[in-house]
Write a protein that binds this ligand. Sequence first.
Ligand code: B12
Length: 308
Amino acid sequence: MSSERWLTSKQTAQLLGVSEASIKRWADSELLQSQKTVGGHRRFRPEDVALFQREGGLGVGRRTPRAVSVVEIQKKRHATSPSKAKSSASPQTLFEALIAGRGEEVSALLVNAYLHGHSLAALFDGALSKAMRRIGELWYEGELTVAQEHIATRTALDVLHTLRRVVEVPEENGLLAICCSVEADFHELPVQCTHVLLESAGWRVLNLGPNTPFSALAEVTSQHLPQLICVSSTILTNLDRAVSEYGEFRKNVQSMKAVIVLGGAGFSNITIRKRFPATLHADSFRQLSELAVLLATQPKRAQADALR
Ligand code: B12
């Protein structure tokens, strides 16, 4: 590899006007062609970088119908205010695409809304959770089959993986977060939303997935010493046992000074919240997003604000 012909990650990031972390991620997911030196550093051919930019940047064009360029991300995200955006993902359109399993359409709707300035938190709190709630209601009323509900959830999960590749990430902030849902809770989407959201704010994320006992969370927490722990509960069973296991877990965490955020319908009741003390009982991803940014920039203020 002749050194002058190849660009480093930093040079490529400067050329495309994005962060180095985004370049590394696109290279890892093979959206942007790269080679590694013997020392393990990524190198980029200028032709590949130019092609990448010309062909629609994120390479989404090659895999899904809608091409999205890096330059577009920059321009649209910074120049368009969401209120003026033509492209918002309506819960009804999303609902129809989800139950039909039209993943590319769901991806296009969410990515497009994101490119038009809608934050991930707004999309998750808004269109996505509203569409899923409607699916839950219709399933409960017997108007949707279990299969349709499963297809919708699978489609939403796939799309979150696509979003994860496409969303521009800032340089890592050096902080680690762990996310999961409580034991016996198989609802996976809120955990995945938490993951994508935190990464987009520069956090490194260890995702333990749904159905995680507090004892397992405690073990991983002592191994990795995260600054933030996010636990979701859509359904909370065995309340007394959960309270006691959470108490043990929290004792460990307090000595590590990690911030705990609890979210989801299972933790929404005031009486339950009293039994599960936490730094923040989040009602929305917007609240988590604000705290995650504040923790990265002003950790002391974030803790004080969250505890108020
Ligand atoms: C998909 C789904 C399933 C799938 C999950 C598959 C998977 N891999 O994820 C499957 C089929 C497994 C399932 C199973 C069951 N489900 Co279900 N499910 C749903 C459904 C349709 C969508 C949930 C979802 O993903 N929402 C998307 C997320 C992003 O939105 P959200 O949950 O509303 O969360 C918002 C906030 O609470 C907050 N939030 C949530 N978590 C967190 C975490 C953090 C850190 C933060 C900051 C914020 C946050 O942010 C979100 C946006 O604002 C809901 C309907 C609904 N109302 O939500 C029913 C629903 C939750 N399920 C329900 C039921 C009853 C069940 C079952 C008991 C059914 C059964 N008889 O088997 C089982 C229980 C299984 C278990 N033990 O977990 C009921 C719960 C009723 C209740 N309160 O008790 C619901 C409400 C359906 C209904 N209308 O009856 N389910």
